[in-house]
Design a protein around this ligand. Structure first.
Ligand code: TYD
Length: 142
């Protein structure tokens, strides 16, 4: 799993003078069935969220309101995505370290997840995450 597997996904937009509508179907617009939805809101200025990677969890991160930056790191490369629209999201595959910051005032970060919450699926120590990535790369090369 690498940063190349992570990308922006555009969702359908039904334009309407009464207000636009966007919909997301699990296993159709995103490459997994949705098992859980959670959202970050009332984020104080200067706060940082994330700071972890997941072993098997896939996620889709959407700026439902406002904007923020998502910094991704696959152990080799890093990339930052600025999310600021509710009709696209960022697909994050397993084994990617993520940090989210630069939240605008009143922003809401919606996350669609492939699995229910499971603390044992987390790497919360970057050194440990990096070590596992390097071990797997060693296994692939040998
Ligand atoms: P965490 O995933 O570290 O938040 P973030 O990545 O957004 O900074 O979770 C923060 C806390 O909330 C942690 O104690 C676990 C708990 N939590 C749940 O109980 N259920 C959930 O679905 C999520 C995402 C977190």
């Amino acid at each position: 799993m690498s940063l190349e597997n992570c990308s922006i996904v555009n969702f359908p937009v039904i334009h309407d003078p009464r207000g636009n509508l966007t919909f997301i179907e699990g296993d159709n617009h995103i490459p997994f069935d949705i098992a859980r939805v959670y959202y970050l809101y009332d984020v104080p200025g200067g706060a940082q969220r994330g700071g972890h990677a997941h072993k098997v969890l896939s996620q889709l991160i959407i700026a439902m309101s406002g904007s923020f930056d998502v910094h991704l790191d696959d152990g080799d490369q890093k990339r930052t995505f600025h999310l600021n629209r509710s009709y696209y999201g960022l697909y994050v595959c397993p084994m990617i370290w993520r940090e989210i910051d630069n939240f605008s005032s009143g922003s809401v970060c919606l996350v669609l997840a492939s699995h229910r919450y499971d603390e044992s699926d987390y790497y919360r120590d970057h050194d440990e995450f990096q070590k596992v990535v390097k071990e797997r790369q060693g296994d692939t090369l040998s």
